[in-house]
Design a binder for this molecule. Structure first.
Ligand code: SF4
Ligand code: SF4
Length: 290
């Protein structure tokens, strides 16, 4: 089972929930940080990193002596990453998505594969938890290709050593967030009972609903702010899987970089209950499908 822990906005406690879920998961589990722009799951799980690999994107390189400026490549590229201006073929590697289409389609075989560094992929272990993360190179703008490489590495890892996976997704509702929940069996949306949290929660529901995956909500900092999210969930039939109270013990554990589920018996019980409800959702119990 793949569990995507997502949120409509940053700072709701998505990473706290991901780390705690991985900590109480009673079967083998791989914790994955797909928030490659700002990965921080490792700060809570403190894994021992056993391996890493550079993550590169295949981008076209031209042999201008073979190019006859036919423009087939620039017509094909949806991202305007390759174009012909006057009598010059221009390539913009930083805009390239690495689809390889221009290379395959060049009638003169004038294009070949070069590469651009996206970042790196790291893996290791945190106790019994397998760990995997991607980290985007500083200055690199394109996270989905690196996320695809991390997911491909996850697929290899769980083929060799089958486990469930808990994915800490990037926040928001743009391309990286959608990309991160695509392969999940269950989406857990973390929100907080504030006007901002509620607004972004509704956006996330709207963005993820077309994927027709079971979804449930976790209310972090329950007890603070206003409670519109509860009425909305009741109206839409979105199950509230857990509430994490707004209290000092949770805030202290968070501020020390501790896994909240390991900070107290009460929190451990809360996350064990959450894990149980997620399994129920995966099995079709109380699933919200738009
Ligand atoms: S498709 Fe090939 S030959 Fe045509 S403009 Fe592009 S690189 Fe040149
Ligand atoms: S590889 Fe794809 S995205 Fe990159 S320049 Fe070629 S067609 Fe455009």
């Amino acid at each position: 089972m793949i569990v995507a822990v997502a949120s409509g906005k940053g700072g709701t406690g998505k990473t706290t929930v991901s780390a705690s879920l991985a900590s109480v998961w009673d079967k083998g589990v791989t914790a994955v940080d797909l928030d490659v722009e700002e990965p921080n799951l490792h700060l809570f799980l403190k894994p021992e990193i056993s391996g890493s690999a550079p993550a590169n994107l295949e981008t076209p390189v031209a042999d201008e002596s073979l190019c006859n400026l036919c423009r087939a490549c620039s017509h094909f590229c949806q991202y305007k990453a390759i174009t012909v201006m006057g009598k010059i073929l221009m390539i913009f590697p930083e805009m390239c998505h690495g689809c390889g289409g221009c290379i395959a389609g060049c009638p003169q075989k004038a294009l070949s594969a070069g590469s651009r560094e996206l970042g790196e992929i790291l893996w290791g272990k945190s106790g019994k938890i397998d760990f995997l993360m991607g980290r985007l190179r500083v200055g690199e703008a394109m996270s989905p290709p690196l996320m695809r490489l991390v997911k491909s590495r996850l697929s290899e890892m769980i083929t060799v050593h089958p486990t469930d996976a808990i994915i800490d997704c990037p926040p928001g509702v743009s391309c990286p967030a959608i990309n991160s929940v695509m392969d999940a069996d269950v989406i857990v949306l973390v929100t907080e009972p504030t006007p901002f949290g509620f607004y972004d929660f509704k956006l996330a529901i709207e963005a993820f609903a077309p994927l027709e995956k079971p979804m449930g909500a976790v209310i972090n900092r329950a007890g603070v702010g206003e409670n519109s999210v509860y009425g909305f969930c009741a109206e839409k039939g979105i199950p509230i899987l857990a509430e994490i109270p707004y209290d000092r013990a949770v805030a202290e554990a968070y501020s020390k970089g501790l896994v909240v589920a390991e900070a107290s018996e009460r929190m451990k019980t809360t996350f064990l209950g959450l894990a149980e409800k997620i399994r129920g959702l995966a099995g079709g119990k109380g699933a919200f499908r738009a």
